[in-house]
Ligand binder design. Sequence first.
Ligand code: GLU
Length: 494
Amino acid sequence: MSKPKPSGRPVRVRIAPSPTGDPHIGTAYIALFNYAFAKHHNGQFILRIEDTDQTRFRKDSERLILETLRWVGLTWDEGPDVGGPHAPYRQSERTELYKEHAQILLEKGGAYRCFCTPERLDTVRKERATAKLGGGYDRHCRALSVEESAKRVAAGTSFTVRLKVPQGGATVFRDELRGDVSFENEGIDDQVLLKSDGFPTYHLANVVDDHVMLISHVMRGEEWITSTPKHCILYDAFGWERPAFAHFPLLRNADKSKISKRKNPTSINYYRRKGVLPAALRNFLALMGWSFPPTSAPDGTDVSKEIFTTNEMVQAFDLSRFTLGGPVFDIEKLTWMNGQYLKSMSDDAWVTHLQKEVFSETYLRRIVPLMKERVEKFEDFIDKAGFFFSGDLTYDPASLELKGRTRAQTAEALAEAMEALEPVEEWSSANIQATFEAFLAKSGLKAKDVYMPFRIAVTGKKDSPPLFDSVEVLGKEIVRRRVRLCVQFLGTLA
Ligand code: GLU
């Protein structure tokens, strides 16, 4: 496949994360390729925050995303924190623009108002699902005349604006990694573009912004491929030039399932806490679907090097070197690669890293108050507080034996307790305790049958600093991983 030529448009690419949770490893992966593509073509890399869905929005998440991507070593030319000619870069501050564009689309005949009540929509959705009909909406309001539509607006009836998907035929777009991709229009829903509260859906805001921000290439994860025909219909309806599209393959767990936090930690901060270096992480992510152009080895064979800097990647970057078979996010490989980087780091850099990252002042300040009561000489600190700094723990089977409980029951209680903690967003000791207590009340389990194994799973010890405080300081990702490994360990004993 040839290099996509940006059809004379200056290269401008973007990532558009939604601030809905912990910065995800997939965001860094997509960001890295967009960055490399932009830099290779002397173009611009933009960061835009897509926060119009206020129900999924999590406060603090935007700050974490920006901070974490900077830690990864990425920089952007325009964004909410650095500004730029198309500011604001936060969609919640651009809602008027989307409303105006919904109006333009109505006037152009590319959209229509829908006055259906939520109750009707619900019934229709269910009926269509039972009848196995494509799409969730029956296009009831599409037939309303312009006059009737205007009359209902004047009467104050609440409405949404929907995309008028062409009837019959197919929407075809070119994906730079896959060639032509075609979707039958019949299967595409008349998507809501503007909600009744005046807020846009992802589709409208995304397309309007990509257009007005002059994005030349939309390069995102494969999970968005089914949205692309809707976007193409929108570009066409506005009469705008479509950008080029490329959809990168999804990261996979070792069993080839889509990467998920229950199988692999997916938060970038987990890897940061584990002591992975940003350069190693970038190098590792660069190999997810992409490979370095081969060079000739002394024995005459072609080899594609695995260890390279991001600058080297930028120089060599070419979309044609992608393979689409789901790249496996293999933690062992990442660990091996990190080891290669650590070996080549100077002693000075090691010391700086240990001081800044491993034993950082911020981290120590959180741990010290928990240890003061428990340590008589500083030399005991590492032994007693070691679990705050170590990687995965090993468990003493005897310590996990509980009176009157089988190992399987203990494992189940652990897994259920972790599941109960999953929805906790503000990971504070008080919230963790309240959730634990609610879980105990609901499950009917005794406190000691949950707290003791949980304590051992996350600290490795029967005797540890206060459980909820320790769980808070360790963070959800590490706690989740330790509990999962402990449950697995109990399974191997049973
Ligand atoms: N807001 C979407 C996300 O959370 C952006 C998808 C896209 O790049 O179009 O990933």
